[in-house]
Design a protein around this ligand. Structure first.
Ligand code: PLP
Length: 432
């Protein structure tokens, strides 16, 4: 079938609820590139929305999955432990941001992991309500639709959604009057008073601590604009959780597995989560997600109440073991920090440049989870995105604010980073 016919076939037979950035058909991927049917190659700064973090078809991950396919594809966790499942736990244990996080459960997708965390929190605390952040993204399943606040389309007209979900502002420095007035010089340590006060008021007025099971937070707001919190915020949320006996659930689905330059983003702030959710980069593209918590908490779940047919599939787990090994063998975090600094410096240069500074409102992010927020009202993000595509590069927007996010492979080479920077710079300059 021709490229045009393939695309037409897809448009006719694939549900409209699926969004599509490129009107082409992906045939293959290798490292930082995807190749379309017909041969067009793109430098991929989306990597399947932050999933193929070690690049497309990473050789060691592919080899491990291929070997596992020949041994056992699916054994089902309720029948017996599967070897790759246990090997994955062994690989993940030393990577956890706190030693109390020692007991795992594997699922297939990020949303399922988040729902498993809701079940765990509600059952363990015997309390119903949960608090999420404005701008959050936790998934599109029935439970997580109620928790996702980044874009109304994700939840509107699908109700009634899961009850018992309350939301509060996430600290967002470039929108904050105090921070803007100080021209970026305000000490961030004291800067989160307003969102902390709002959280305390929520617990006073709308959902009492005695009814509140957990607070769910992405340590760096993902779909909601790639917003890292100020230095003190997560520690202060931890204090509130401790004071009121509320569980702190850190959603690392997007920010985990090296994306921010540490294995998990929460490590930037040294805060202990009660429960952590993971997915995306965990198996470099094989469907796999996980929750982790302390044993006493996890074991409050009645036997057989967790799971589903495919939870913790053997091939995905084998891929996950290879991912964990690659982090050790290939100096991935060093590369994230070096390449991230190059990309950020280029973006900050555009922000300072008199030719383009009027377009940029904020440059932010950590490691290779970086974003450029554009001046509102001009749809700059989608214009720059289209220009990048013309020049052979894929980049994504976020759900709110006029923002482009940059999530290349964590092992992107210096040459490909230089090429990506050049394309982004040219695209922004041409739009200016
Ligand atoms: N949580 C966060 C922070 C996410 O970014 C996402 C997806 O982007 C999810 C949960 C949902 O994951 P999935 O799409 O695998 O269900």
């Amino acid at each position: 079938m021709s490229v045009a016919k393939l695309a037409e076939f897809g448009t006719r037979h694939i549900a409209r609820g699926v969004g599509r950035l490129v009107p082409e058909v992906i045939e293959s991927g290798s490292g930082s590139y995807v190749t379309m049917v017909g041969g067009r190659k793109y430098l991929d700064f989306t990597v399947g929305i932050g999933v193929a973090n070690l690049g497309h078809c990473h050789p060691a991950v592919t080899k491990a999955a291929q070997a596992q396919v020949g041994k056992l594809v699916h054994g089902q966790i309720n029948i017996a432990f599967q070897k790759p499942y246990l090997e994955l736990v062994e690989s993940l244990l030393p990577m956890m941001p706190h030693k109390s996080l020692d007991t795992f459960f594997f699922w297939n997708s990020g949303a399922e992991a988040v729902e498993a965390a809701v079940k765990l929190a509600r059952h363990a605390t015997k309390k119903q309500n949960i608090i999420v952040m404005q701008g959050s993204y936790h998934g599109r399943t029935f439970g997580t639709m109620a928790m996702t606040r980044s874009k109304t389309v994700y939840g509107q007209n699908f109700g009634p959604l899961m009850p018992g979900v309350f939301s509060v502002d996430f600290p967002y420095c470039s929108q904050c009057a105090i921070s803007s007035a100080s021209n970026g010089k305000y000490g961030f340590e004291n800067c989160c008073n307003d969102p902390i006060l709002k959280l305390e008021l929520l617990l006073k007025r709308e959902t009492a601590p005695s009814d509140t099971a957990a607070i769910f937070i992405e340590p760096v707001l993902g779909e909601g604009g790639y917003v890292p919190p100020p230095a003190d915020y997560l520690r202060r949320v931890r204090e509130i959780c401790d004071k009121h006996n509320i569980l702190m659930v850190i959603d690392e689905v997007q920010s985990g597995f090296g994306r921010t330059g540490k294995m998990f983003a929460i490590e930037h702030w040294g805060v202990r989560p009660d429960i952590m959710t993971m997915a995306k980069g965990i198996a470099n593209g094989f469907p796999l997600s996980a929750i982790v918590s302390r044993k006493e908490l996890m074991d409050t779940q009645p036997p057989g109440s967790m799971g589903g047919t495919y939870a913790g599939n053997a091939v995905s787990c084998a891929a996950g073991v290879a991912v964990a090994k690659a982090f050790k063998d290939e100096k991935i975090l060093e590369n994230v920090n070096a390449r991230g600094a190059e990309l950020k410096a280029m973006l900050e240069g555009i922000w300072k440049d008199p030719k383009t500074s009027h377009m940029i409102k904020d440059i932010r992010g950590l490691g290779l989870m970086l974003a450029a927020e554009f001046t509102p009202g001009k749809s700059y993000a989608s214009k720059v995105q289209a220009k990048c595509m013309e020049k052979g590069m894929l980049v994504l927007t976020t759900s709110i604010y006029d923002t482009l996010r940059f999530i290349p492979a964590l092992n992107i080479t210096p040459e490909d980073m230089a090429k990506g920077c050049q394309i982004i710079k040219e695209a922004i300059e041409e739009i200016a």
